[in-house]
Design a protein around this ligand. Sequence first.
Ligand code: HEC
Length: 206
Amino acid sequence: MKSAYLANRGFLLAVALCGAALLAGCDGRRESREILNVPNMHFSPAYKAQEPNPFSPQGIMMTPPEGTVPVDWQPYTIADADADTLAMALKNPLATTPEVLRTGAKYYATFCTPCHGASGDGMGTVIRANAGMPMPPSLYSEKLVGEWTDGRIFHVLTNGQGNMPGYAARIDAADRWAIIHYVRSIQAAAAKEAGDETSGAAGAGN
Ligand code: HEC
């Protein structure tokens, strides 16, 4: 009878110890795991950009097929020889809105001022530093104001001219057109200033 009692106590102790051990594994957080019976595409075999790609014939990243162009990109095919006819006929697709002028001013300040100067007079920091770049012509010359259309200027911004690099790869076409609107606004400001000076000298006396 006594041994049965002791055996019973031993059993209870074992149960208590097991319970304690089980509880020690719990930290109060509940976990739930999704059970996927049909995983389908839950785990897709994605490849990192620079990883070997077993699906391409060369085992590497695929080059786009010949003739592929970026979305929204238009090739510019007018050669320098045709600039005075074909480029001259191109129309600026943007209207002159305050936003377009702001964009144009921003790009002009970034890409054009180093050589052409903030006012377009051709005295940018690169020219003043005498860094070997010839002084560009004024952006409010009679030729640019009176003869050249926006399209003709677009041709210079796209293909470059003489020592000036082209910006086709660095400035989107729309932003190049916006720069031209901004250049037109500097030209108008310069013309107004010149007009004010002339009328002042002539003593028109407003
Ligand atoms: C690295 C200096 C440099 C930068 C930057 C530069 N230009 Fe020029 N630009 C020149 C030079 C030099 C010429 C004269 C090129 C020639 O005909 O030999 C020129 C010519 C031009 C002409 C034609 C002027 C004419 O009378 O034939 C226009 C228009 C013009 N630039 C606009 C711009 C605009 C707008 C930007 C900014 C997107 C710009 N340029 C950026 C140096 C520069």
